[in-house]
Design a protein around this ligand. Structure first.
Ligand SMILES: [Zn+2]
Length: 209
């Protein structure tokens, strides 16, 4: 819980949650809805369930304001109905905590300066590790025209759940299991120098074969 009634987590947290649910992941929640309006980046699944067409893309252009706002308004609306709200994505590292952060930031539950609000949120949710796209989006939306804010990434490792927590200075593309899902997918992760070297060694071995 990052705020009274506001929960953040990975895909596995969905099945045991009693309350309203905001899915911040395209696959499978948004994809699975058959009768979606064309061109609309969110869909109301039930009165207490909304899915956003959100992928952890590398560019902020994949995070349009109207989609993000639909998610934020859903949280506000469900709170007004007295429901607890779970905001989740696949891993609970980037997309869903970013939306929870944004809701808290814009409702005055964090410092009103982005650069101070961010470490406050990270104290509440230590796993927070925004991908480049959503991070650029947040910087533009929350820090418009102010002093630049850097984010210290932690190593996510090169396989599911293999992050070592060291400072991540590199970025690599891996093909690995998406936590909470059965399929494998290509993803960009932040890693430490050691993990990047490890990945390069694996790639070299594959090429030698
Ligand atoms: Zn590492």
């Amino acid at each position: 819980m990052v705020h009274e009634g506001l929960f953040v987590g990975p895909a596995s947290s969905v099945y045991k949650f009693a309350g309203s649910i905001l899915h911040c992941a395209r696959d499978p929640w948004f994809e699975d809805v058959k009768d979606r309006a064309a061109g609309k980046n969110w869909v109301r699944i039930k009165y207490n369930e909304l899915a956003l067409n959100m992928v952890d893309a590398n560019s902020p252009m994949y995070f349009p304001d109207d989609m993000i706002n639909a998610g934020l308004e859903f949280i506000t609306e469900r709170f007004a109905e007295g429901d607890p709200v779970l905001v989740h994505c696949n891993m609970g590292l980037s997309r869903s905590p970013s939306i929870a952060f944004l809701w808290m930031f814009e409702h005055g539950f964090l410092d009103d300066e982005f650069r101070y609000a961010l470490p406050q949120f990270k104290d509440l949710y230590p796993d927070y590790c925004p991908g480049n796209g959503i991070w650029s989006y947040l910087k533009r939306r929350c820090n418009d025209g102010k002093a630049p804010v850097e984010f210290e990434y932690e190593c996510q490792g090169i396989g599911g759940n293999s992050g070592c927590g060291a400072s991540a200075t590199e970025q690599v593309k891996v093909f690995g299991p998406v936590v909470g899902q059965t399929e494998w997918a290509e993803q960009i992760v932040h890693v430490c120098k050691t993990h990047k070297q490890e990945l390069n060694a694996i790639k070299r071995k594959i090429l030698e074969k």
